[in-house]
Write a protein that binds this ligand. Structure first.
Ligand SMILES: Cc1cc2nc3c(=O)[nH]c(=O)nc-3n(C[C@H](O)[C@H](O)[C@H](O)COP(=O)(O)OP(=O)(O)OC[C@H]3O[C@@H](n4cnc5c(N)ncnc54)[C@H](O)[C@@H]3O)c2cc1C
Ligand code: FES
Length: 267
């Protein structure tokens, strides 16, 4: 039987600086299948291991992660260049419930690096062409903190995809929206059966969920991701539990209905 903790070696094919503290790494080979919303355990030998969402879509036959410089592992990763090696195992987690998006309007609301797992699903749905309309509402602290800026034009040119971007604090040359990301909901006309997928810092999720509830989104039409400290990533160590659920195997994707009643997720 194969040891599930054994990672395999991947080579960094390219590194892209997205913001002052976020880089996107393309890795190869990708020896496993993955779905939008799943994550990897990424390790740097002698340093440690960290869970990181997959930001690419498997429909494009590449493997990409976007990583914010936070501590030991992410700090060591940020020092690496194309040609260097990392170790990965996965893909883990439940992923997004794809059947829920078929033929629907989908309202993506992302904050900061929270756009990373959403990008995997956005590009997957765009490639599968099985949606009615995609709204992407994205906010970051400043224009410099916006990730995937190169992709904004690509998304804007796709039929039935509408992108709105905002920042908390503009700069002299920023011509776009200023304000919290939830305010962008006022700019769009949402179908009554639309599904929303929200990902970002917990405080942002809290307020966006309130906004969505005021627009009559039912609990099962609000989907989000949760982050917890993880070790094994495969439901064995108990580090990531929230009540009876393990974020690594029952999540990281949950509906608002799943999250309600959890004292760590107060709406
Ligand atoms: C399912 C999942 C997917 C993730 N996807 C991404 C991703 O795509 N890109 C990305 O940059 N990061 C992602 N993260 C967060 C990343 O795993 C943590 O920031 C990780 O701790 C970084 O490791 P480190 O060794 O660099 O930092 P550490 O040295 O471990 O810690 C840095 C600081 O962050 C705190 N911290 C650690 N983990 C968490 C957490 N889960 N929530 C809140 N605070 C924490 C620590 O207490 C410490 O203060 C994800 C986490 C989870 C659980
Ligand atoms: S990380 Fe070990 S049980 Fe979830």
């Amino acid at each position: 039987m194969q040891n599930p903790y054994l990672p395999y070696k991947a080579t960094i094919k390219s590194v892209k600086q997205e913001t002052p503290d976020v880089k996107t790494f393309q890795l190869e080979p990708c020896n496993f299948e993955y779905m939008p919303g799943q994550f990897l355990e990424l390790s740097i030998l002698g340093i440690g291991e960290a869970p990181i969402s997959i930001t690419s879509s498997a429909t494009r036959k590449i493997l990409e992660i976007s990583v914010k410089l936070m501590g030991q592992v992410t700090g060591a990763l940020h020092e690496l260049e194309a040609g260097d090696s990392v170790w990965i195992r996965g893909a883990y987690g439940n992923g997004f419930p794809l059947e829920r998006f078929e033929g629907k309007e989908i309202v993506f609301v992302g904050g900061g690096i929270g756009l990373a797992p959403l990008r995997s699903l956005i590009n997957y749905l765009i490639d599968k062409k099985n949606f009615k309309k995609i709204y992407i509402l994205y906010g970051a602290r400043t224009p410099d903190d916006l990730v995937f800026k190169d992709e904004f034009d690509v998304w804007n040119k796709i039929k039935n995809v509408e992108l709105h971007v905002t920042v908390d604090k503009g700069t002299d040359d920023w011509k776009g929206n200023v304000g919290v990301v939830g305010a962008l909901l006022k700019k769009i006309n949402i179908a009554p059966d639309a599904v929303s997928v929200v990902c970002g810092p917990p405080i942002m999720i809290h307020f966006v969920v309130k906004d969505l509830k005021s627009l009559n989104f039912s609990d099962d039409r609000i989907i989000s991701t949760m982050e917890r400290m993880m070790k094994c990533g495969i439901g064995k160590c108990g580090h990531c539990n929230i009540g009876e659920k393990y974020v690594c195997i029952d999540g990281p994707v949950f509906t608002l209905g799943d999250m309600k009643g959890n004292r760590e997720f107060k709406i």
